[in-house]
Design a protein around this ligand. Structure first.
Ligand SMILES: CC(C)(COP(=O)(O)OP(=O)(O)OC[C@H]1O[C@@H](n2cnc3c(N)ncnc32)[C@H](O)[C@@H]1OP(=O)(O)O)[C@@H](O)C(=O)NCCC(=O)NCCS
Length: 224
């Protein structure tokens, strides 16, 4: 699949792309979200240990799951200011949408810190794509937006997500608590500084549309 949809939008956050040799993060236009619906319909969280904290649309029954998922993305997309923004990307491999990778900035110009969140089609997990898409979004955060630090959280028993963070050089940053399906569980917190990211930064990741997007997120050149 070529990816004309995000390239053709005149709204800068919907023109963003991050390309690695294995996959592309393409800004989640409605067209791409529509193509991802079959993956959401399949049911993303089907067994314990539950990976997501509440509230999470992916725990609901269909069709509420799909509607709640869309509404959450539309709502998050609409909430763009210097204090908070969330960029939603559809992960595309060989032309097919297989999951999502989000990048969240809270008072980004003050703290220089971003958070990430992701999920993949259960059928394609364990192929290294989880790590690849995190590296892609880290490149956008550090290289594209000048971030100073990125953070991630995963429930203590979410082996894949914790391992992605650990493998990419994040350091443990304490424990916090959240509910999943109403039950309390411990969340591991992880942080990756710019200095640690720079040690293993990749030179084969391409950013598209970043300079045009930064003003729309309130990111000034001072963060470079
Ligand atoms: C988290 C997620 C995106 C990671 O993607 P993935 O394709 O499973 O992960 P990868 O194949 O890139 O593997 C990354 C690392 O985790 C390890 N790993 C993957 N699955 C694992 C498992 N079930 N148990 C132990 N280690 C595992 C891999 O061996 C690899 O480590 P390595 O670099 O030392 O070899 C994916 O598992 C997912 O969608 N999970 C459900 C949703 C979720 O948990 N989202 C995050 C919420 S915080």
């Amino acid at each position: 699949m070529s990816m004309p949809s995000s390239a053709m939008s005149s709204y800068p956050p919907l023109r963003l792309q991050v390309r690695t040799p294995r996959l592309t993060l393409a800004a989640a236009t409605d067209e791409l979200l529509e193509r991802l619906v079959p993956v959401v319909r399949k049911g993303v969280a089907v067994s314990e240990p539950w990976p997501f904290d509440d509230p999470m649309s992916l725990y609901k029954e269909n069709p509420e799951r799909e509607w709640a998922w869309r509404r959450a993305i539309w709502a998050g997309r609409a909430r763009v200011s210097e204090d908070f923004w969330r960029l939603y990307f559809v992960v595309i491999v060989d032309g097919e949408p297989v999951g999502m990778q989000d990048l969240i900035g809270t008072e980004f110009m003050t703290f220089g810190t971003v958070h990430t969140f992701s999920w993949l089609d259960p059928e394609v997990r364990g192929r290294g794509w989880g790590k690849e898409m995190r590296q892609a979004v880290l490149h956008l955060a550090f290289e594209g937006f000048g971030a100073r630090e990125t953070a991630s959280e995963a429930f203590h028993d979410n082996l894949a997500s914790n391992r992605v963070s650990q493998a990419l050089g994040y350091e443990p940053n304490g424990v916090t608590w959240a509910t999943r399906r109403g039950e309390a569980a411990a969340l591991n917190r992880w942080r990756l500084t710019r200095e640690r990211w720079a040690v293993a930064r990749r030179d084969d990741i391409e950013l598209v549309g970043v300079a045009e997007c930064r003003p729309s997120l309130g990111i000034s050149a001072a963060n470079d």
